[in-house]
Design a binder for this molecule. Structure first.
Ligand code: IMP
Length: 426
């Protein structure tokens, strides 16, 4: 079985939890995009594990692969690998020779670029993601394999510095000694992680030929995709299912199932249009503890948005849906769901690309009564879907009807065991 799991909103859908849950059925888990801008939390028997680079499937699978589409901060990687080895001792770790390296200078550039953008400030995670992808496409980027060659690292650091000198004015990187220190540091990181390097496109293909089950794990969400998200309030990589091919080298034609994860409501960190946003009421944010895993920033929170969901379902060609935080949403007395977008009185069936259109966008909602706090979770987990509160079932069935997709996984709490599935995943 070859599957891909993705977020269908603005990231933070709870993919980490669902990925961890299903990864027991997979031998290899492959990440193909992004870097430490992502934050995945996995909770096992009350113990919390937070990862940014390592795939969330790492706790239960036997091999994790960090693909060429990723941008890797080696210092962060080293500390995550230590944590991972404590909980999954026998895990085999492989990192693509072609993945790109995030340096401290890239993080500095991320902040400098944000400082220059005025109205179109993105609110990035400051993890150096954008500048590292810029260098990748400018063909000056430092790849994982380059960590084995001090001369190449030095040459590339100088090239990047010279190209971006104006931006780096006033920073410590104006001092050549600081740049040399960075080169030494990168070499020493290389000494401890180069042993994980591989030509992962061949490795994944060979595992596929051996009949291994492989799960591709997307980071961020469909609405942060550089091409199909709300540009420019997006991340610097493609986040949709198709990106697994360019980000790992594996053919999308061999994927058997696309699993789309969404939260029972919507949240977003950073700026930009958010059609179903709840303004001036933090009840849902507080109930859901909606604060960024990577930045700690309070997330913007809104209602579930069906037009948005239908768009990302289409862009990812989703087969199966997984919903998270449905227990949290139920605590709201009245629940709203966005059902329709209109501009100048006309319903639209596309996602606007002109930012001004969002000012004219009218959103229709329907309301559902909440289902309160779930007190019989153990009974539900043991006996499945039929035991869910009636109001929750109506809400879930409404989503299925509107999207034309079945919700096969329902998450009722952060712990791995707080999950019910339909037959397909049993
Ligand atoms: P960057 O990826 O750090 O450049 O940030 C670009 C935009 O994507 C910002 O609005 C971030 O808040 C958002 N973003 C990036 N990664 C994630 C994520 O994993 N979850 C939620 N938002 C994210």
């Amino acid at each position: 079985m070859i599957s891909v799991i993705l977020g269908l909103q603005f990231g933070d859908e709870g993919k980490g939890k669902i990925t961890d849950f299903i990864s027991r059925d997979f031998d290899d888990v492959v990440r193909f995009n992004g870097g430490s801008n992502a934050g995945h939390t996995v909770v096992i028997n009350g113990e919390k594990f937070k990862f940014h680079l390592v795939p969330s499937g790492a706790m239960q699978s036997s091999k994790v692969i960090l693909g060429n589409g990723m941008v890797i901060d080696p210092e962060e990687l080293i500390s995550e690998l230590e944590l991972l080895k404590k909980s999954n001792k026998n895990i085999d770790i492989k990192i693509s020779a072609g993945a790109h390296i995030v340096t401290k200078m890239h993080k500095c550039l991320d902040k400098k670029e944000e400082g220059i953008r005025s109205k179109l400030n993105i609110g990035t995670t400051s993890q150096g993601i954008g500048p590292t992808y810029e260098d990748k496409y400018a063909r000056t980027g430092i790849r994982f394999i380059d960590l084995s060659n001090k001369e190449i690292i030095k040459d590339k650091i100088e090239t990047i510095y010279n190209m971006k000198k104006n931006l780096l004015a006033g920073s410590i990187y104006e001092n050549p000694e600081e740049r040399n220190k960075m080169v030494d540091e990168l070499c020493s990181f290389g000494n401890s992680i180069l042993k994980y390097m591989d030509y992962t496109e061949n490795l994944i293909y060979n595992d596929y030929r051996k009949g291994k089950n492989i799960l591709f794990e997307g980071a961020q969400g469909g609405m942060l995709d550089i091409d199909f998200g709300i540009y420019p309030f997006v991340t610097s990589s493609n986040t949709i299912a198709g990106a697994l091919t360019t980000g790992s080298g594996f053919s999308f034609r061999k994927v058997n199932r696309v699993i789309g994860v969404f939260k029972a409501y919507t949240s977003k960190v950073g700026s930009g249009p958010f059609p179903s946003e709840i303004v001036n009421d933090s009840t849902l944010r507080d109930l859901g503890s909606e604060y960024g895993t990577t930045t700690g920033r309070p997330r913007r929170v809104g209602w579930l948005d069906i037009p948005l969901l239908k768009y990302t379902i289409m862009m990812n060609d989703v087969d199966s849906l997984a919903i998270t935080k449905v227990d949290i949403l139920g605590k709201m007395k009245t629940i709203k769901v966005a059902t329709k977008y209109t501009i100048d009185g006309k319903e639209i069936d596309y996602f606007p690309k002109r930012l001004e259109d969002f000012n004219k966008l009218h959103v229709d909602y329907v309301e559902f009564p909440g289902w309160g706090t779930i007190n019989n979770a153990e009974n539900i987990i043991a006996n499945g879907y039929d035991e869910l509160p009636e109001n929750m079932k109506k809400f879930l069935e409404f989503i299925e009807e509107k999207t034309g997709k079945t919700i096969d996984i329902i998450s009722l709490g952060e712990d791995r065991k707080m999950t019910i599935t339909k037959e397909i995943f049993n």
